[in-house]
Design a protein around this ligand. Structure first.
Ligand code: HEC
Length: 255
């Protein structure tokens, strides 16, 4: 049984990759989506379709009884998806109308998927929201630990958002982050968190449109609140030292 389930899980992911990912992204931070759909009419993110996690969540809230047996709701949701991808029709939509109105009806995928593909992708979509919650919790937990440390040591967190093929990220590693003066200042006043945005989401729902991008996270000593400052782009050693010193000043003012 476990073997069959994992077979479906892989197949679901591969159907997603080959077909659905042309239009549907998997997950985008909640606050970004809210801004995009409720304030900007999708002009901010210019999405081709709602995200899989939005769809997964809406279906679980609106189809069948969310408090009933999970396997029963899974069947109800799966049959909704199986029907929708072959016979899309906005009058069946479970999305918030404000989100739905940003899109034309999805084109039918009739003839493009086998029965097994449909079963696999339906389970993939159903399970997606759960995965996200689990992952987000783990990541919040991880970042929470770093925040605590930053407070305890009166330091500022510096998040380096990079990507594997980013030339300027590598250039900065070589020319800036290996410089003794920069290393000393970082050790003294900062906790550095390196995030490869092609593999991991950024904490605090942050997102980037280019790499490298740097974020300073200032934790308030008295409360749970944090302030962030975004510095996009590649910098020379001299300029980056100025940026770090400026962040030190901001931190001192807050204490
Ligand atoms: C060519 C682009 C495109 C592709 C490919 C595509 N979708 Fe969609 N899908 C959309 C758009 C746009 C919407 C929003 C409008 C709507 O609800 O019809 C949507 C909506 C949906 C909805 C309905 C949400 C609702 O209640 O309104 C489901 C379920 C869905 N897609 C599943 C899938 C799955 C699963 C795949 C892959 C097998 C897929 N889609 C492939 C564009 C696409």
């Amino acid at each position: 049984m476990a073997c069959v389930a994992s077979l479906y899980a892989d197949r679901g992911e591969s159907v997603y990759r080959t077909i659905c990912s042309k239009c549907h992204q998997l997950h985008i931070a909640e606050e970004k989506l809210a801004e995009n759909f409720f304030e900007a009419n999708n002009t901010l993110l210019k999405l081709k379709a709602p995200t899989i996690s939005q769809i997964s969540r809406s279906m679980k809230e609106k189809i069948g009884d969310p408090r009933s047996d999970e396997e029963i709701q899974r069947l109800e949701v799966s049959s909704f998806i199986a029907d929708y991808i072959i016979y899309p029709d906005k009058s069946k939509s479970v999305l918030n109308p404000k989100i739905g109105k940003c899109f034309k009806t999805m084109p039918s995928l009739k003839g493009k998927l086998t029965t097994e593909d449909i079963e696999a992708i339906s389970n993939f979509v159903y399970d997606y929201d759960k995965k996200i919650h689990k992952k987000a919790k783990e990541e919040d937990g991880f970042f929470g630990t770093i925040l605590k440390r930053a407070k305890g040591e009166h330091k500022t967190i510096l998040i380096k958002a990079t990507a594997p093929h980013c030339r300027y990220c590598k250039k900065m590693e070589k020319r800036v982050f290996s410089d003794a003066e920069v290393i000393d200042l970082l050790k003294k006043s900062f906790i550095v968190l390196h995030v490869d945005v092609s593999k991991q989401p950024l904490p605090l729902g942050l997102s980037v449109s280019m790499t490298p991008t740097f974020f300073f996270v200032f934790a308030d000593q008295q409360s749970e609140s944090v302030k962030t400052k975004r510095i996009p782009g590649s910098w020379s050693k001299e300029d980056f030292l100025e940026i770090l010193k400026e962040a030190e000043k901001i931190k001192r003012k807050k204490q």
